[in-house]
Ligand binder design. Structure first.
Ligand code: ATP
Ligand code: MG
Length: 138
């Protein structure tokens, strides 16, 4: 994968609060093209696999419980410098520290329920995209 794609999930709190459309609008306004998208649920097993890097941390069980608490929207996005530009657009993991105008500043509740995921490297963008979408163009 070139450095022009990233993977995102709109997380259960944002779905529950009715922010999915507003968040997708912010993503498109920022110049990202949605090239794959689906509404789905994470099973406990798939959430544990997705977040396995955090296994053993104090918040791991709460994170899995939260990520499986309702539907999510998974999507692959395209833009130059997709990974870093998208991390800037979503803001700090903790919404209290997220810059004004970022998605987490506007739509996240707390560090546990922080509205949206964005891949943290090109390598992980590819792994995470294939986790949800099998299409070869990813
Ligand atoms: P994400 O991977 O979901 O995009 P992130 O890359 O900003 O978020 P990570 O460090 O990968 O942050 O953590 C994954 C998720 O685990 C966070 O989005 C958050 O919901 C949760 N998390 C991380 N650190 C903490 C913490 N100290 N306390 C509670 N939850 C946390
Ligand atoms: Mg992360």
């Amino acid at each position: 994968m070139k450095n022009n794609k990233t993977f995102t999930m709109i997380k259960p709190d944002a779905m529950q609060n009715g922010y999915a459309g507003l968040i997708l609008a912010e993503i498109e306004k920022a110049g990202f093209k949605i090239i794959e998208m689906k509404m789905t649920y994470l099973s406990k097993e798939s959430a544990q696999e997705f977040y396995k890097i955090h296994k053993g941390k104090p918040f791991f069980n709460d994170l899995i419980h939260y990520m499986t608490s309702g539907p999510i929207i998974a999507a692959v996005l395209e833009k130059d410098n997709a990974v870093s530009d998208f991390r800037k657009l979503i803001g700090n993991t903790n919404p209290k520290e997220a810059e004004v105008g970022t998605i987490r500043n506007m739509y996240a509740q707390s560090i546990d329920a922080n509205a949206i995921h964005g891949s943290d490297s090109d390598e992980n963008a590819e792994i995470e995209s294939h986790f949800h979408f099998s299409n070869e163009k990813n």
